[in-house]
Design a protein around this ligand. Structure first.
Ligand SMILES: [Zn+2]
Length: 355
């Protein structure tokens, strides 16, 4: 497992901003929990989609997601990624080209991943998904403390533990994680949203992604934040449940959600041509028949991917040159999009030609 970054770290005092401050933009971060790079870049995997242990109706799943050609197959699974982002954005992590994205933490489970992603550090003491408030400061709190972003950040996640990983209590940021009701349900939509959640008999730790998205969308339209974090979670749930067809369906649904968000941004004044999308995952998973799980002892679990689209992002498409990025660079990449400096890692963007 790749654990340690070989990248030089930017020194504290001699730091120079990644590029000139641009506080006028917006950044939307979307995570798809535990979605493998294998499905993003190759679509459905033949050995899994045809294995009745993982796919109850293999014929139906094949009709939905299979094509012999990998480029047609991935387009079937995630059409927005391959019809739009592949032309206008950048996709990192296809290991067939030695283009690697890894988590640097040694655990390759969710909380350590989100900690790494948003605090820009690996923390050896964060080893599991326990509901403990994170002592490390994250990039959202950092931005919240600055005038251009204060009160202009919204966080909506399917997984309830993210309110601990991002320390909702300390941060003072608008956060809604897991089956948490909307505090100020001042619209019929949000009143209905709360009613739907209240009426559920069983509320697992991970909320349905569609509900998370509805809440985030309503917030976007009403509050017009500069920074939105949408954390989707059902891909990981169905993978752990060994249900490949539903895992694929949730990946497809995530792609649709991203497409809709992009359409919204590109048709809304203030966001149009002024918003960057940062899309990634918190960890990889095992390979072949070990795809259901992940962790320090399961090969492939540190393998991640990263997708960028929108403002400041050159249209490079699928990046097919050898390279190595780490999840811990994402926090500074988010800060760097505003010309801010957070933590010691390098942004992913200085290596790219900015428009
Ligand atoms: Zn996860």
């Amino acid at each position: 497992m790749l654990g340690i970054s070989q990248l030089p770290e930017a020194g504290g005092t001699e730091f120079r901003a990644d590029h000139p401050a641009d506080t006028s933009g917006n950044v939307f971060i979307i995570t798809i929990d535990g979605l493998r790079w294998q499905e993003l870049f190759d679509g459905a995997e033949g050995s899994i989609i045809n294995d009745e242990k993982f796919t109850s109706d293999t014929a139906m799943a094949n009709m939905m997601y299979w094509a012999d050609d990998a480029t047609a197959r991935r387009k079937k699974l995630m059409p927005f990624m391959w019809n739009v982002v592949a032309k206008k954005g950048q996709l990192y992590g296809n290991r067939e080209f030695d283009n690697n994205v890894n988590v640097a933490n040694i655990y390759a489970v969710s909380y350590p991943g989100y900690n790494e992603m948003f605090t820009g550090t690996t923390d050896i003491t964060i080893a599991n998904n326990n509901k403990v408030y994170n002592p490390n400061t994250n990039v959202f709190e950092f931005l919240e403390s600055k005038e251009p972003y204060k009160g202009r950040i919204g966080i909506f996640t399917s997984w309830d533990v993210l309110s601990f990983a991002l320390n909702e209590k300390r941060s003072g940021i608008e956060m809604n994680c897991g089956y948490e009701n909307i505090g100020h349900a001042d619209s019929t939509c949000m009143a209905a949203f709360n009613k739907v959640q209240d009426d559920m008999d069983v509320k697992p730790g991970t909320r349905q992604d569609m509900l998370t998205y509805i809440a985030a969308k309503e917030y976007l339209q009403k509050k017009k934040p500069k920074i939105l974090y949408l954390g989707l979670g059902e891909t990981d749930e169905y993978a752990h449940a060994k249900d490949y067809a539903t895992y694929l369906q949730k990946a497809n649904e995530a792609d649709h959600i991203i497409a809709e968000l992009w359409h919204w941004a590109q048709s809304t004044p203030g966001y149009k041509n002024n918003t960057t999308f940062v899309i990634t995952t918190d960890h990889g998973r095992g390979q072949h028949n070990k795809w259901t799980s992940h962790g320090p002892f399961i090969k492939g679990s540190s393998q991640a991917w990263l997708v960028l689209l929108g403002k400041h992002i050159e249209p490079r498409g699928e990046v097919k040159t050898p390279g190595q990025l780490y999840q811990k660079q994402i926090a500074q990449t988010i800060a760097g999009l505003f010309g801010e400096q957070f933590g010691k890692q390098r942004s992913i963007l200085p290596t790219l030609a900015l428009r």
